[in-house]
Design a protein around this ligand. Sequence first.
Ligand code: HEC
Ligand code: HEC
Length: 300
Amino acid sequence: MSDFFSPFWTFFISVGTLGGIAWMVYLLIVNSKTKSPANGESVQSTGHEWDGIEELNNPLPFWWVAMFYITIFFGVIYLILFPGLGVAKGALGWSSSEAHSQEVAKANQKYEPLYEKYAALSIPELAENEAAKRTGGRLFATYCSTCHGSDARGARGFPNLTDHDWLYGGSADQIKTTLLTGRQGNMPAWQTSLGDEGVNDVTSYVLNLSGREAPAEEIIAGEKIFTSMCAACHQADGTGMQALGAPNLTDDIWLYGASRGHIQKTIAEGRKGIMPAHEELLGEKKVHILAAYVYSLSQN
Ligand code: HEC
Ligand code: HEC
């Protein structure tokens, strides 16, 4: 894929590069006209003089001019062979992404026997295997830490993977399914249907579910709303439903922030957290090792 969105940039880069080279050649030729003085003659002055120091018009040293021409020659050959002028591919057809996929293929070939060996073990067995966990940790650092943090403790909107609180379930199979197919949370927005007061009341009820303080009359009003609007996904007792990724609201662990303001915002505006699918990107065997690594994080 090309990074150039418009043909203008190819034109701009090509003209700049080739024009620059042509300009260098021109300067070299013009400045090579000065000849060395014949025997007996003295070097001519350019006529510039500062405090008695005169600028002499000596020819450019041969070695220096030669190096310059070699550099230009190298540059031109390089531009013919490799991609250097906008979208031009270069005679060798080399591309950095091609080189990268070749390296990946080589690495996959090298590690294939190892992945093969791990694929034969169950996830709980692998989670006990120190070498497999180290491999999993490296894969995690590469593919998962951008979102879940290098310590897997997550951040707002990105779940902590080291605790016992699971949106989609913490069994070996559930974790593996999460990684393979991805997950998409769907918490609807309630501002329009409940209005300010309704959102406020049900927020108080949700806070109360996890043992936090809220005005009693709001809790009572909020409970009615919760039973009719929220229980379908979060269950009547608020403990959530893993099949839908609806979080447990009674444990005082908050994916989207623990303050009343954050919780109210979630209820008013809704949330749609996306865990991307990794089956195509990584293949089943790497996911198997990663699942074991994640599984191991919340054991003991
Ligand atoms: C682009 C960001 C992103 C990347 C990359 C990512 N995740 Fe996630 N992951 C999320 C989000 C967001 C959620 C929560 C989805 C939701 O809110 O429903 C999630 C959820 C999960 C869950 C479910 C947690 C639970 O409580 O059930 C697991 C397990 C998980 N990720 C593991 C991984 C692993 C392992 C990787 C690397 C292969 C990874 N994730 C890569 C964003 C990401
Ligand atoms: C269609 C199912 C569904 C309904 C109905 C629903 N929720 Fe949710 N809720 C979810 C899902 C799924 C999430 C997680 C979203 C995500 O992971 O991005 C969530 C997240 C939340 C959160 C954030 C929890 C956290 O850890 O930060 C709160 C609070 C919440 N819901 C409250 C409510 C309330 C109150 C109602 C009723 C007014 C309600 N939900 C109705 C599915 C639902």
